[in-house]
Design a protein. Sequence first.
Lengths: 236, 105
Amino acid sequence: MNCIIIDDEATARAIIKQLCTKIDNLVVLNEFANAIEAIKFLNQHEVDLIFLDIHMPSFDGFDFIQTLKNPPRIVMTSSDPNFAIEAFEYECIVDYLIKPILLPRFEKAIQKSKSSALKQRVSGISETNESVTENELYVNIDRRLIKIDIPSIYLIEAKGDYILIKTEDKNYMVHSTLKKIEEKLPITLFLKVHRSYIINVKKIIDIEDNSVLINRDVIPVSRSNRPELMQRLNLL
Amino acid sequence: MESPNLSYIKNLSGGDIPFETKVIRILKEEFAEEKKTYYENLKKGDLKLTASNVHKLKHKLSILSLEKGYQIAETFENNLRENNTDLSKEFDTILNTITTYLKQL
């Protein structure tokens, strides 16, 4: 992860820079005494995170945010706690640090920033997959392209050089691999529970120890895939 | 009055002496400049700008662990925003204390 620091106080910049050295894999790309210089830099560089002071002469932190079309994640820094509520009205602001900043609080801000980045990525994947779900999957069987409705698939089983796709109405034996079809399926619906099986998690009937009942098939769940399966379930 | 100290900087440095040296140098230079600007704006009667100067100086007070001084500065900053110079003498005392302390470093 990389970052820049925007603060009109040289002392504050030096302190934040020092705090950054305590975080693994956090690189300070540059530091700026005013936000206008930072805008120029942002037009030419990809920045993951900005440490942004609120109180700056003529062009303050909030003015700066409003000029950005796609702001990166921002951690606000200020001696004044009174702007925190206003700050969190901006989606890009992941945390608000009161000066003087202490290391444990700084580490927490970095953690929040990382979590926020992860959420953005997951939501991006989910949006992509929604559009995939709308589309059907075409498979090549005996030189014919056959359309399969993705949500109707409940199980895919590896069979040597082939995969067996099971839907509620019909089964299809296709020359392909689990890896290839996994890439075409929405991760919100499908999960590889074993090296030979991908299941549609919406079609699970029950789970017992290391197996799931899906339609009339009992499918093994490998130990390494079980935690992810459990996470997907709406457990009471 | 409470005494300034470098405990925050020492804590942050974790024994990184070049960092300590660097940040103290920056602190000294910046403090002298901000103090000068503060007195200039106060003399001119530009209390809005003076409040901004106090705001910046306030951070230095917290870096030097002047907790009570920080509270005085905060109230003084609010006073200035309301065109009131109450607490300016108390703030003078704080600035003088810091000036003396930084000279020793």
